[in-house]
Design a protein around this ligand. Structure first.
Ligand SMILES: C=CC1=C(C)c2cc3[nH]c(cc4nc(cc5[nH]c(cc1n2)c(C)c5CCC(=O)O)C(CCC(=O)O)=C4C)c(C)c3C=C
Ligand code: FE2
Ligand code: FE2
Length: 360
């Protein structure tokens, strides 16, 4: 008799061993690593940006007001205006290979792949974007097709936030919820205090100073969050402040140069303070002449760093009398950073490598 299966579960490839009475142990395949970043439009055009923003801003982890009110506001006001305003801003930063967020995220995942391979680990690294392309579902399907039955999920956000990390986890588990034969999954929550991360940031700054000298102040500009979300228990603010404190310590006598601010406010609510652009304007008005701005919460350059910081914030600082504004790029394809990420992945492989004992 034919058994009909609920169609919500995705069909798995035919398995010749499925009904064998004494099958040999199944090879769990290479270690899968799923690196997840936010996502970005496919093109710097209003229709492509509209599609991207519609998906991004319909995520209830990002906009936490009742969807029936929000969808009216989103479609009546935001998606009718914002895409056209953003198109020239994306166009200004667009690279030959596409949006910088995609290009640098791809380079970073390739770097992690090479680092793991060079350490003798049979791994397959894939990049998935929470919104847009390449999707998390497609990246997971590629890992499954490569035979990966054990997957480490690595969100590309050192500091945990529900609106970034948790929604990435939700998306992976939603995909797994539709699988008949699920892979074993491990999730990396945060790495805001990882010595390799702090070291990569410090080396980045020191190298920059070697070439161009020190500024009067360094501003670490993190992406903001609604203040309410932190009051409700999101550890993001604490994570950001801890990253800053560790970097200060790592820089020794230059640590006092470091200050913190929050950028990219969206909507009318109060967000984490101090805000980046007003801070830079205040500093210039107070007589600070030379600043470096680094965005440690973004591991890959994107609209928020290349346009908002490197262009808009530079203009604001110079407009108020500042003389020298230097934007320090994100870690992007830095090989030291790729090695640190590969090490971080390795700490999550206990019991998965031949000869290793599970510490779980
Ligand atoms: C790095 C961590 C990020 C957090 C935390 C974050 C929270 C957050 N963002 C919005 C709204 C927008 N963010 C936008 C762009 C954007 N945001 C991040 C990262 C974080 N966001 C990145 C890497 C990017 C760049 C994408 C790119 O294509 O380069 C945008 C789109 C641009 C714009 O319209 O200004 C919006 C909108 C909210 C509401 C939020 C937390 C609640
Ligand atoms: Fe954002
Ligand atoms: Fe922005």
């Amino acid at each position: 008799m034919a058994i009909s299966l609920p169609s919500r579960y995705l069909p798995e490839p035919a398995d010749p061993q499925a009904f064998s009475t004494n099958p040999p142990p199944r090879d769990p395949g290479p270690i899968g690593v799923l690196m997840i970043n936010l996502g970005t439009p496919d093109q710097p055009t209003a229709p492509a940006i509209r599609k991207y923003l519609a998906e991004f801003l319909s995520d209830p982890r990002v906009i936490e007001i009742p969807q029936w009110i929000w969808q009216v506001i989103l479609h009546a006001f935001i998606l009718t205006r914002r895409p056209r305003a953003l198109a020239p801003r994306y166009e200004e930063i667009w690279l030959e290979g596409g949006s910088p967020l995609l290009v640098w995220s791809q380079a970073q995942s390739q770097g992690v792949q090479e680092a793991l391979t060079s350490q003798g680990i049979e791994a397959r690294v894939e990049l998935g974007m929470r919104y847009g392309n390449p999707s998390i579902a497609d990246a997971l399907a590629r890992l499954r097709a490569a035979g990966c039955d054990r997957i480490v999920v690595l969100p590309m956000y050192p500091q945990y936030a529900a609106s970034t990390t948790a929604t990435a986890v939700d998306s992976v588990t939603a995909c797994a919820a539709r699988m008949r034969n699920q892979p074993e999954l491990r999730f990396i929550k945060r790495y805001h205090d990882l010595p390799g991360y702090i070291d990569a940031l410090a080396t980045h700054l020191l190298r920059h100073w070697e070439d161009q000298g020190k500024p009067e102040r360094v501003l670490l500009s993190f992406h903001g969050l609604p203040r309410r979300t932190v009051e409700q228990g999101d550890p993001y603010y604490r994570d950001c402040m801890e990253t800053a404190a560790l970097l200060r310590t790592r820089l020794g006598q230059d640590g006092h140069l470091i200050h913190v601010s929050f950028q990219s406010r969206f909507g009318a609510e109060k967000w984490l303070e101090p805000y980046t652009e007003p801070t830079l304007r205040d500093w210039a008005r107070q007589g600070v002449r030379a600043v470096d701005v680094l965005c440690p919460g973004f591991v890959a350059d994107c609209l928020e760093t290349l346009e908002e910081i490197q262009m808009q914030c530079r203009d604001a600082f110079l407009e108020e009398g500042g003389i020298q504004f230097r934007y320090v790029p994100c870690l992007n394809d830095d090989p030291q950073w790729a090695l640190s990420l590969a090490d971080l992945v390795q700490t999550h492989l206990a019991g998965w490598l031949p000869g290793s004992k599970s510490k779980l």
